[in-house]
Design a protein around this ligand. Structure first.
Ligand SMILES: [Zn+2]
Length: 216
């Protein structure tokens, strides 16, 4: 996978269980990724001004995938057997796509039913316009129907024009996930092809039928 392995690395093997839905702990400097993961419904803790030891303890205790740019912290992630991903580049879409691909998530979509508060990671509850009248400018209350309020910080969200931007962002991330999957499959096929060939006489170790069955 040219370029991919050098950009982002994980301390854990790739998950293939499509039903697996990870929760994350995001290290300082990755606040934008934390907000995006929350918006797309992933339980994501974001810690600033917290010691590496505490970050590792929390990730381990709460079984969260630790996302970090800090190489020194990532060395400890590997050493202590915590689930984590090192993000070395600054392409947000690529980083999110890689994280999701690594944990077997084929695509994401913006869904108000699972979206979390981007500010505090709280769960959102549905509110009618009448419920939020007085809390928001009347122009917003009048022009929108669906509102959502965070159960932690009380922040109110509504389905404004930014929803189309979020859907576009999801599409771009999904396209990148597809590319990672294709690269991964190419890499797996090349690896399998090498194993099927004898290095000494360059003859297949398996019959053609056996090869075909393996490759299916
Ligand atoms: Zn909140």
């Amino acid at each position: 996978m040219k370029g991919v392995a050098s950009r982002v690395r994980s301390a854990e093997p790739k998950y293939k269980n499509r039903a697996y839905s990870p929760s994350f702990l995001v290290d300082a400097m990755l606040g934008n990724i934390a907000r995006k993961l929350r918006i797309f419904g992933y339980d994501t803790l974001y810690l600033k001004d917290t010691s590496d030891t505490s970050v590792l303890e929390i990730a381990s205790r709460e079984k969260r995938v630790l996302l970090t740019r800090d190489k020194e912290l990532f060395r400890r992630v590997i050493k202590e057997g915590v689930d984590g991903v090192l993000l070395e580049k600054y392409d947000e879409i690529e980083n999110i796509a890689y994280i999701l691909s690594k944990y077997g998530i084929p695509c994401l979509s913006f869904d108000t039913g699972v979206a979390r508060c981007s500010r505090c990671n709280g769960i959102l509850t549905f509110k009618k316009a009448i419920d939020v009248a007085g809390c928001l400018p009347m122009s917003i209350v009048k022009n929108n129907h669906n509102f959502f309020q965070c159960i932690n910080c009380d922040r109110i969200y509504w389905e404004g024009k930014h929803v189309s931007c979020l859907r576009l962002l999801a599409e771009r991330i999904n396209n990148r996930i597809e590319k990672f999957e294709a690269d991964s499959n190419d890499s797996d096929s090349a690896f399998l092809d090498k194993r099927l060939k004898s290095p000494r006489n360059n003859k297949p170790l398996l019959s053609q039928n056996e090869q075909n069955s393996r490759l299916r």
